[in-house]
Design a protein around this ligand. Sequence first.
Ligand code: GLA
Length: 748
Amino acid sequence: MNIFFNSNNMEFHLQNDKISYIIKVLGTGDLGHLYFGKRLNHRENFSNMLQIFEHQVPYTPEQIDGVSGFALDTLKQEFPAFGTGDYREPAYVILQENGSRVTDYKFSKYEIFNRKPSLKGLPQTYLENDDEAKTLQITLKDKHLNSEIILSYTIYKNYPIITRNSNIINNGSSPLTLERFLSFNMDIPQKNYELMHLSGAWARERHVVTTPINQNRISIDSKRGASSSNNNPFIALKEIGADEFKGEYIGVNLVYSGNFLAQVEKDHYDNIRINMGINPFNFSWILEKDETFEAPEVVMCYSDSGLNTLSQNYHKFYQNNLIRGEWKHKARPILINNWEATYFDFDEDKIVQIAIKAKELGVELFVLDDGWFGTRNGDTSGLGDWWSNLSKLPSGVEGLSKKIDEMGMKFGLWFEPEMVNPDTDLYRQHPEWALSIPNRKPTLSRNQLTLDLGRAEVRDYLYEKLSKILRESKISYIKWDMNRNMTDVWSGVLEGKRQGETAHRYILGVYDLMERLTTEFPHILFESCAGGGNRFDAGMLYYMPQIWTSDDTDAVERLKIQYGTSIIYPISSMGAHVSAVPNHQTGRITSIDTRANVAFFGAFGYELDLNHITDDEANSVKRQIEFFKENRELLQFGTFHRIESPFENGFQNVSWIMVNKDQSEAILGVYRIHSIPNPSFDKAFAAGLNPDFKYKIEHEDILGEIFYGDELMYSGIKFRKIGIDTHDSKNLEKLGDYSSKIIKITKI
Ligand code: GLA
């Protein structure tokens, strides 16, 4: 890994074994983008890569007097401005006292060093050792405003990854209003790309969507106050024809949990501009003298060998350089959560009965979900009153947690700190703490309002309440929920002209509270949640190593959700539970085995009353737990390869495989959605194995036992029985709709 600077032609080349990124300071002092992609040998001069027209381009302002063709509007840039001739979407817009939005930030200096500077109050990737990465910081200065923009680029030794962010400092005497200040921009030369992003809604989060890129602008964003279930803060440019195993991908993921904007714009000269950052919609930020504003970080990843490679790099990078704390590399306990088992209708006895049965079958952690506090007997009241409901739990959370602990199980607890029901003591005392506009009726969602976590006293109050419970009870796990999106975005502690800061200050407040609690309670395993996946992002993973992937626990729907989520986020970060049938979100019936076969690829657990399953199913659960305990290191921390996608071929078959580091063990999951009568031959394919290793498979449904890796990957695995035999009722479930197989592959 190296960062070269050619002073003769003012070029920076960031290079490691896999990638190169080349920037050039243009004659105007603007930053030009020359290249991002597969590693290039270093040369002293890459100026040939600069695409400047030799002729005057009509209707495009020229920036250097007398030089025809040098027009910002047609040039590829790193951090484009508004107002001096580039008519595409800018990276920033700064309103000045005189009403102008035209600025003049030009190259002023650079620095190269062996570490990664940290961001204040924001989640971010970090280094274990300074020699893992090098950073280039380029300072642009607007002399009239006496203000600087600092662009940081960090390149890593071991990953095809560059992290970027941008800061702005106001050293001038008048305030500057940031109307838009994105984290990054990159202009890519003409290439045959399409756009991939992860889209959805509650209970069907992160479905893979691919869109052609034409001469227009595509915006992927959230204005919901959270990164959202609707659009994940991730986009990828995908070479047309690329797939899981081949072709080029450029991924960009924002390390942020609030409103974001990602844009892809193909200009009229076929350049593609991509940029991403805090959503400028309903955002503004006043920067007084000597203040700095830091934009969140983006993680850019490159692959020239398919989407799996891109994902595997994101997974490893996030597991090593984003997720923190004791649980970072630790296999997660198998849990049981009472939400779908009881909803709000429980008492201590019912909870203990669920826990006893779960313990008997091998579960390690009991999680008490919503409904244990205040007057919370439904979702209309109680939220915010963080003390035990003694009519449900006579000895409180304290007593219950001790009981569970004495049974030899760990105890976990649900909180939703950021919210309040109007029907609570908290709201009656502090209505002004909720986001709402004076004299207007605030809009409810799930009967609740959002507390203004931008206010320090709200954070302090929540910190006191939560930490008291955590200190008094035997708690080893927290599920931190967040169950509505923002409306009435207005803060009682900000003056009128600063209301555009409210949503970002809220997210900074959430981060601050999370930082305090996770620091004070390092042994607790924190799971982030937002009605499932409404805030499944890299920002949250900095504080909490796992996230409840979706409120949809249906095994078949989960194939899509977990497949899409795995495009960026590690398997260890995805909460995945076996729940009851008919499934509570879809009404679908799947076997207990298929439910587990999907949930195994995640932070595994159960979410049903195991007293209500058949003896046969209980035996299966016991076997599932034994299997998971034997294999959880591999299942949570191996290398994940997606094989057959639920988003292609009419959602017929899905398969994926987890392989350990030395390729000596793998677990293949094969799922069939709809069975067809009289089918043709069906095979499954492995991936990620060593072609020359000999492997053993012991599985009653598979023909043969010993194979080389190459055969398993290239010729495939043949099943003994593929069609339904009308006379064989035993096999119906194994071969019918929603059937699945888990195949363990071991080197001999
Ligand atoms: C959200 C969560 C669920 C559950 C409920 C409780 O929807 O995603 O898992 O905790 O809240 O109200």
